[in-house]
Design a protein around this ligand. Structure first.
Ligand SMILES: [Zn+2]
Length: 484
């Protein structure tokens, strides 16, 4: 099986061939830290974390770079209104970003370069573009001359003429052509600035990604990620700057764009007042629920977001979790009893585990279809549940059954782990052991009460457990329990 990836450059799903065998270099446009990280941003980072985990699972070495845009109009404006230095703003919100990403189980990138720490690299790139005739200085600003780069428009599939007719043409007498964009902006009073061959100023937004990607990954790296709203102009401009500078292409082999997150069908945007910070969402839902919510939708489909969607994700995720817990409990229990000859369950859990893994890989190889991945987990969970029910009295003491259960639980953990699920488990496992002990004790007490025909007390135990979400089932071989 080979991995196929939808490449915006060609508008087709292509077979993925890395630049170097065995290694995949990824760049994604990172955050502009001027506010709390919102759930719409999280879609991107969660998706790329899943991609990374999957590629590593398939045996590739993965190297990820993600920039931090720590100089920007929005940062400067916010620092101005609060009367603080811009760094205070960027540090505060970048910390929030790292914190909530850690909580979502998003692995940190290998490099997270900040723009303000790479001004010399950016100036060098702009200088090179000016020398090669792709850029020009005008009253302290430097612009990229889009007409000088023949491939301009190849990512967004638009010709320069189309862009010109569709654009709101701003009057800027400094520019040669309306579509030209700023590489360097001359300093305005009170704003952060750096010395350059064109006087004091700061870099434009697009140039930073070219400079940082070329520095950390070099020309022709594997995947470039970002939201589909960045196709034009941001990524179009990155390509023009980078390929004009290096004199070779492609800048990136595969451009992989995710769709926006909508809130109640309205395009998510802060200006519409429907901002939800990841921090707030994590107060209500555990990280696995949020990861489940994202994974259950294909990254290129716009997804609707709301409390209803999260609650549905929570219910579905808990079905996976409670089966995983029950499977672990059954394994722990089997460890404690002497093996003896018992009939096999007749349920082929081993082949169900293999089938789930096959389906998962097939889905993920088809342009990272995480929704198919989720479906394969539910398929496996259904068979594990049947198995646990059938073997509840024997604690999996049949040797083959026990091996199958080990395999199925491990496959569920591994595949779920690729999607970022079950990461809250360290704590949950301890909890599980504790809950297991308490519930077993209550079941024993209830059995004693039933022997003594103390029915109302026995029922009270069963009903009270049900109230807190624990269901007791009396089977021919004893009482078993599960979470609702
Ligand atoms: Zn970028």
């Amino acid at each position: 099986m080979t991995l196929r990836v939808y490449n915006t450059l060609t508008r087709t799903k292509e077979e993925f061939v890395p630049r170097k065998p065995g290694r995949i270099d990824i760049y994604q446009c990172g955050v502009t830290p001027y506010d709390y990280t919102h759930i719409g941003h999280a879609r991107q980072y969660v998706f790329w974390d899943t991609v990374r985990r999957y590629l590593e699972y398939r045996g590739w070495e993965v190297f990820c770079v993600q920039n931090v845009t720590d100089v920007d109009d929005k940062i400067i404006a916010k620092a101005g209104t609060q009367g603080v230095e811009p760094e205070e703003i960027t540090e505060k919100y970048h910390r929030d970003f790292l914190d909530v990403m850690d909580k979502l189980g998003v692995e940190r990138p290998d490099e997270m370069p900040k723009v303000t720490q790479h001004i010399p690299e950016i100036i060098k790139l702009i200088k090179g573009l000016v020398e090669k005739g792709y850029a020009y200085e005008s009253e302290g600003d430097v612009f990229f001359d889009v007409k000088s780069f023949p491939g301009y428009g190849k990512l967004s599939g638009r010709s320069l003429d189309d862009m010109m007719s569709g654009a709101r043409i701003e009057i800027n007498t400094k520019k040669r052509s309306a579509m030209d964009f700023a590489l360097w902006k001359s300093a305005k009073p009170g704003e952060p600035s750096w010395d350059s061959p064109w006087g004091a100023g700061r870099p434009g937004w697009h140039i930073e990604c070219s400079a940082l990607a070329l520095k950390y990954l070099g020309s022709g790296f594997d995947m470039h990620g970002g939201g589909d709203e960045l196709v034009f102009p941001h990524h179009e401009n990155e390509i023009a700057q980078s390929e004009a500078y290096t004199g070779e292409g492609p800048f990136a082999r595969y451009f992989v764009h995710h769709a926006m997150l909508n809130i109640d069908d309205v395009k998510m945007s802060k200006s519409l007042g429907n901002f939800f910070s990841v921090r707030d969402v994590l107060e209500e839902f555990e990280s696995g629920v949020i990861r489940y919510f994202f994974a259950s939708r294909h990254y290129r489909s716009p997804a609707n977001y709301g409390v209803d969607e999260l609650e549905a994700a929570s219910k579905a995720y808990m079905r996976l979790r409670s089966t995983l817990d029950a499977g672990r409990r059954a394994l722990a229990k089997a460890d404690k009893v002497e093996p003896r000859e018992v009939m096999a369950s007749g349920i082929n859990l081993g082949s169900a585990a293999e089938e789930a893994e096959r389906k998962f890989i097939e889905g993920m190889d088809d342009d990272f279809n995480t929704a198919v991945g989720i479906a394969s987990l539910h398929d496996l969970v259904r068979v594990i549940n049947d198995f646990l029910h059938a073997t509840s009295g024997t604690a999996g003491q049949n040797k083959e059954d026990l091996e199958d259960l080990h395999q199925a639980v491990s496959v569920l953990e591994t595949l779920g782990g690729i999607l970022g699920l079950f990461q809250e488990d360290d704590e949950a496992v301890e909890d599980t052991g504790f809950v297991e002990g308490l519930v077993s004790l209550l079941i024993e007490v209830r059995d004693d009460l039933r022997i003594k025909k103390e029915w109302s007390l026995a029922d009270k135990i069963r009903d009270s457990l049900k109230d807190i979400g624990i269901i007791l089932e009396d089977t021919s071989t004893g009482t078993v329990w599960k979470r609702m």
